[in-house]
Each structure stands twice: as C-alpha cells, then as structure tokens.
Design a protein around this ligand. Sequence first.
Ligand SMILES: Nc1ncnc2c1ncn2[C@@H]1O[C@H](COP(=O)(O)OP(=O)(O)OP(=O)(O)O)[C@@H](O)[C@H]1O
Length: 335
Amino acid sequence: MSNVFRLDDVSKSFARQGETFHALDGLSLSIPSGSFFGIVGTSGAGKSTLLRLLNLLEQPTSGTIWFGDQRLNGLKGAALRDYLTKVATIFQHFNLFHGKTVLENVTLPLAVRGVSKQVRVRKAQELLELVGLKDKERAYPSQLSGGQKQRVGIARALVADASVLLCDEPTSALDSETTTLILDLLLKVKQQLNLTIILITHSWSVVRYAADSVTLLQHGKVVENGSVRALLQDADSYLGRQLLPAPDLGARPGDGWVRYDLILPDVRTQSTFFSEVAKRLDVTASIVSGGIERLSGIDAARFKVDFDLHDRDPAIRDSLSAILREKSIVLGKVA
Ligand SMILES: Nc1ncnc2c1ncn2[C@@H]1O[C@H](COP(=O)(O)OP(=O)(O)OP(=O)(O)O)[C@@H](O)[C@H]1O
C-alpha cells in the first residue's frame, strides 16, 4: 500500500521560559493511503502539533514531511493552495461561522476559490445530503445540536473534493451516542469518497471503533505503530492490549486451576471455541474477565479464562496449551 504521508525524523521545538522544548522529537511515521489512521496519546504527547504540521499551520523545526512524493517543507503559492484543497480538517469545536447559514458555511471553501454560485450551491447541497442535513441548509449553527454542527463541519471540509480528512478530536465535545453517529458518518464518507482519514484523540474507544491503523505518541515520539490486525496478533504489543482490554480482577486462579489470557481474532468463526476446548479435554472452563469489541470491522475478543486441571494427568497441561495456541493468541498464563 502506498503512503499518503511520510514524516522523516521530524522535530518541532518551541522556546519555553528560555529553554527549548521539543513538542515533536525526531518523529518518523508513514501513513498508508486509504487508511483510517488513529493517533492516540495522553495530553501533551504532541498530537495537535503533528496535525498542525500536516495541515501546514506550522512548519517543522527539522526533518522532512512528504505528501506522496511532494515535499511539504516550505510549500508556497499555488502549490500550497493546491495542497490545501486536497487536505481538509475538522475540529473539536466545529469552527463554524455563527453569522452564516449552514449552506453558506459549506459553500465558503468554494467561494474563496472563486467557484460560481450555481456550482457551489449544488456541491454544498450534495454534501449536506451525504451528511444527512439536507433539511437544515437555511438554519444557523446556534439552532443545531453538537452532532449536527460536526456534520456541517464534515460537509464543509469535503466540499472542495479533498482526498485526506484530518480530524482534530472531532468527537470530544459530543456525548457517546452522538460520537458513534459521527464515527459512523466518517466511516461512510471515507468509503464513498475514497478518503484517507487521520484522527487524533485521547479516547481509546474512538480508536477502537473506527481506526484500522493506530499510532501511539508519547513525549513527541512514536512509541508503537501498526495496523489493528497486526497489533492484535502481536502478543508483546501494548497497543494491541489497549485495543482489547481485559481487566485484572486481582484474585489468582484457584488451586489446580490455570488461567489463560487469550485473544480470539475473529469471534464470528470462533463462537464455540471454549465449549469445544472444554469438551475435547473434558475440563471445566470459566471466563474471568474480558469481552468482545468490534475492531476495524471485525469482532475480536479477549478473555481471561480459568481451566480446572485439578487432579488431572500433567500431560493435559501441554494438550491444553497446544489447543489454545493453535486457535487463539495466548498473551499470558497464570498457574
Ligand atoms: N506554540 C507553542 N508554544 C509552546 N509550547 C507549545 C506550543 N504548542 C504546543 N506546545 C507544547 O507542546 C506539547 C505538545 O502539545 P500538543 O498540543 O501537540 O499535545 P497534544 O498531544 O495534542 O495534547 P492535548 O491532547 O492536550 O491537546 C505540550 O507540552 C504543549 O504545551
């Protein structure tokens, strides 16, 4: 898969109380074309700084940023304007013009590019229909809910035919139900308009729901990065475990029991997994914690499961281990 962006050893520094502070510190990252790319990290990790480098609100202090084979450092004039039609942004607080109607907000990016009124109204109406706000074109932002405002933001961002949508904490100001609706809309427009979506968030649940690739930033560096599928399959991946959490309930397994921490990468084809294992070895299996998550379009599960091997032939431990490793990803074992 080709990359829409590549960042090579990128740093961004600020002067702070007479000292140099590195918001991004030698960051290298490739973002695949067509991905829904989630960037997570705690407050101050450098997520917004990274997004501001991609939408050219800021320039890196050092390092190179590539958009395909175009170097973005120092882009100016017509090349800059052209880039900014291809890469659009939506924001946490929507950034709508309150004195303008929904339709005027959405037509604005076309008006500043000199597109005729007839064409820009037609384009804006198409986008408003796509985001489910056809009947709101004459409304003002103050008459809309938060979710509707973000829909307007999405329509406005995409009206000039961008191929990349940058999302700056797009659901942080919304309740969880509206968050799901907005993420569903982003997945729909990504599919229909063939977009790459890059979304920064501090919310694991947002990333779990929508992203197919994830990067974890910490102190301005990439700590871990990969496709959701690859991260899940990697027993040593911290990101993989965050995507599919299973709380540790503290109590150890009982005497003679063994506890496995397991991932089932596709529950649809593995719904009878534990009953089959239990039947095959004639053991009791008891789920201690975990659950099923829809990740990147597949239902994956992580469970901590106790198996009763009390008074059983020691060879059964090896058989159990072999069966579990054959069909699931074993993250850990406590005896
Ligand atoms: N213009 C600036 N001047 C000085 N320091 C800055 C500037 N912009 C960002 N920083 C600092 O760089 C660090 C990274 O900030 P950034 O906003 O990129 O983090 P973030 O991961 O987006 O955090 P949050 O989730 O809180 O928005 C922070 O410590 C911030 O204070």
